[in-house]
Design a protein around this ligand. Structure first.
Ligand code: ADP
Ligand code: ADP
Length: 213
């Protein structure tokens, strides 16, 4: 059984159909990419998983906690990194304390020396790392990362990707990487789904998807 199962999902905004019968399944511990161009429905899918958007039809089964690294990071620029992390624990809700920041620093050691800095003064790559750390504070079973590479230099993205791979391999956190940049996503993940105009148009091992036109 999957840690996440999406079956025949349909989402509409008024008369427009944003998702038109989307099905996908993630096994525990997998790192899977969801790739597709702008407007394909990627954010809509993530918003449906986190309950922000209600589907018109279909089913979402989550066996565990989902935490999202939102597109554009969405940090509080005027707060310290430590305070941004603390808000991640608070946002996890459910009446339970999230992770201790010390546990997050074990996974993301480069964050530790930044703890006292104001988030707004960090580089884009550092901010993305804080956004990942904040999501980890919710102690998730599934981490959905929306546009990891947005506005970042390839070297910075490679560094962040290494952290995500470690997190996936060592902590068994299931990772769903949502990316416009298919090449990057195919490099990072073993398996991917391609979403176009609200439908899954291809899926399978990334090595095969990368070869198909
Ligand atoms: P992506 O994340 O892949 O860029 P989105 O999920 O943002 O795609 O958008 C999918 C489709 O739904 C697009 O056609 C977009 O214009 C439309 N859409 C997204 N959000 C809304 C909304 N709040 N109201 C109306 N249409 C929306
Ligand atoms: P679940 O509720 O999903 O069964 P647990 O609460 O048992 O998960 O915790 C899962 C993992 O996260 C364990 O390794 C646990 O030690 C760790 N953990 C849980 N809460 C905290 C916390 N507040 N600080 C640090 N680690 C925590």
């Amino acid at each position: 059984t999957g840690v996440l199962e999406v079956t025949d999902l349909v989402v509409r905004y008024g008369r427009a159909t944003a998702l038109d019968g989307v099905s996908l399944e993630l096994a525990p511990g997998e790192m899977v990419a969801l790739v597709g161009p702008n407007g394909a429905g990627k954010s809509t899918l993530v918003d449906t998983l986190s309950g922000i958007v209600a589907p018109a039809a279909g089913r979402v089964v989550l066996r565990g906690r989902l935490a999202q690294v939102p597109e554009g990071r969405q940090l509080f620029a005027e707060l310290s990194v430590a305070d941004n992390l603390a808000l991640g624990a608070w946002r996890s809700g459910r009446g339970r304390a999230g992770r201790d920041p010390a546990r997050v620093f074990e996974v993301l050691p480069d964050l530790r020396p930044l703890a006292g800095r104001l988030a707004g003064t960090l580089s884009g790559g550092e901010q993305q790392m804080v956004a990942v750390g904040r999501a980890l504070m919710a102690d998730p079973d599934i981490l959905a990362v929306d546009e990891l590479s947005l506005g970042l230099a390839p070297r910075v993205v490679a560094d962040l990707a290494r952290h995500l791979r470690e997190l996936n391999a060592e902590r068994d956190t299931t990772v769903l990487l949502i990316e416009q940049n298919a090449r990057l996503a195919f490099d990072l993940c073993r398996r991917a789904y391609v979403l176009e105009s609200g439908r899954i148009t291809a899926s399978g091992p990334c090595v095969q998807l990368a070869e198909s036109p």
